[in-house]
Design a binder for this molecule. Structure first.
Ligand SMILES: Cc1cc2nc3c(=O)[nH]c(=O)nc-3n(C[C@H](O)[C@H](O)[C@H](O)COP(=O)(O)O)c2cc1C
Length: 360
């Protein structure tokens, strides 16, 4: 089997090196959009910090010459469990935009955001890897139906419905209120719902582009009509997870939106075990938020996640190195995951259970 990873990576180092390189290249507004969390950004920090608080319990005397990092997800066998989370406006980060991201993500699933600056169909026509489409519900059932139908017809293997944004969060550091796309860029998947600017006269937390009235009834309709598996994103509570499984979702993403919506919610790695218990193996559970090291991936798997997604790290790679940067960020994480597996004495993700986590 040929190894797609470059023998001579374009940039050395770790995801944090990519972060530094990317932040040095971006202007304040785009840097704030990328890095910012809600309010005082506790949850954004906790996402990453809580991984560091979980200790590993490596097993010795295991033959680790053959490692299997593959993961089965909605009928697709992936070589590794690291996916790209949906993030908006990639052309702000690199002229290649979402096309460059898709090229860099060729070996894994790229979840394309509703706030993509490239039409999903254009990406699907060229992408080498599987694409999922992330839907931000808007208060217009016909528009939602047509958007989902268009994405599935173009080749989306799954629809990810983001449930954690009925209103926008308090993003003090980022220009959620004011990040204007430069001329020539637009959000083609959002039709007339493209603008996120609130009406200053309205003095309201509600935005025309966000559906504050979205409930189980609406999600059930999307599940029934999508023609593709529907994955629920933005879940922290165990009781919500159980409800979602009953509604027929094909997967659940434990996520707090990278800490960008509601500050002081728990780190996702702390919410994961409760959701995994409530789901009881009926659908795969995925996690995003704060994944910065291969050990983070392994810990999430050990606590019951089938796979993980990265948001900011992929954008650091895109900014610093276009498609090569995205590819290398994923490769760094995958290589670190392999090292962590070998050093813990586990040879497959299925064998990575909670016994590799240190208990007091
Ligand atoms: C710049 C940026 C834009 C994002 N845009 C979206 C989006 O359009 N839809 C969505 O569901 N989540 C969005 N997210 C959240 C990510 O999908 C993901 O939940 C989060 O980034 C994971 O945390 P991490 O950045 O620590 O990996 C965005 C995150 C960032 C950083």
């Amino acid at each position: 089997m040929s190894d797609p990873r470059p023998a001579d990576p374009p940039l050395p180092g770790t995801l944090r090196d990519y972060e530094r390189a990317a932040m040095a290249l971006l202007g304040d507004d785009v840097a704030g959009y990328l890095a910012g969390g809600a309010a005082d950004e506790h949850s954004t920090r906790w996402n990453a910090d809580r991984f560091a608080g979980i200790r590993l319990a490596p097993r010795v005397l295991t033959d680790v010459r053959d490692l299997d990092t593959s993961a089965d997800l909605l009928g697709t066998r992936l070589e590794h469990p690291i996916l790209l989370a949906p993030t908006g406006a990639h052309r702000l980060f690199h002229p290649g935009g979402e096309h460059a991201t898709a090229a860099g993500a060729a070996g894994t699933v790229y979840v394309v955001s509703s706030y993509s600056t490239t039409a999903f169909a254009d990406l699907a026509a060229q992408a080498a890897g599987p694409l999922w489409f992330q839907l931000n519900p808007v208060p217009d059932a016909d528009f939602v139906r047509e958007t989902v139908r268009g994405a599935v017809t173009a080749g989306a293997r799954a629809i990810v419905v983001t449930l954690d944004t009925p209103v926008a969060g308090t993003r003090d550091r980022q220009s959620w209120n004011g990040l204007d796309l430069p001329g020539g860029m637009s959000y083609p998947m959002l039709g007339g719902y493209g603008g996120l600017r609130p009406d200053p006269a309205a003095r309201s937390i509600y935005r025309p582009a966000l559906d504050a009235g979205f409930t189980a009834h609406d999600l059930a309709r999307i599940v029934a009509e999508a023609g593709a598996p529907v994955v629920a994103k933005g879940v922290l509570r165990a009781d919500d997870a159980a409800t979602l499984v009953d509604l027929g979702v094909a997967g659940i993403i434990v996520s707090n939106h990278g800490g960008r919506n509601l500050d002081t919610v728990p780190a996702t790695i702390d919410a994961l075990p409760g959701v995994v218990r409530a789901v009881g193996g009926r659908v795969p559970v995925l996690l995003d938020g704060g994944i910065r090291r291969g050990t983070d991936v392994l810990k999430a798997i050990a606590l019951g996640a089938r796979a993980v997604l990265v948001g900011r790290p992929a954008l650091w790679g895109l900014t610093a190195g276009g498609a090569d940067g995205v590819r290398h960020v994923i490769d760094v994480l995958r290589t670190e995951l392999e090292m962590a597996m070998a050093l813990c004495g586990v040879t497959s993700l299925g064998a990575a259970g909670s016994d590799i986590l240190w208990e007091e």
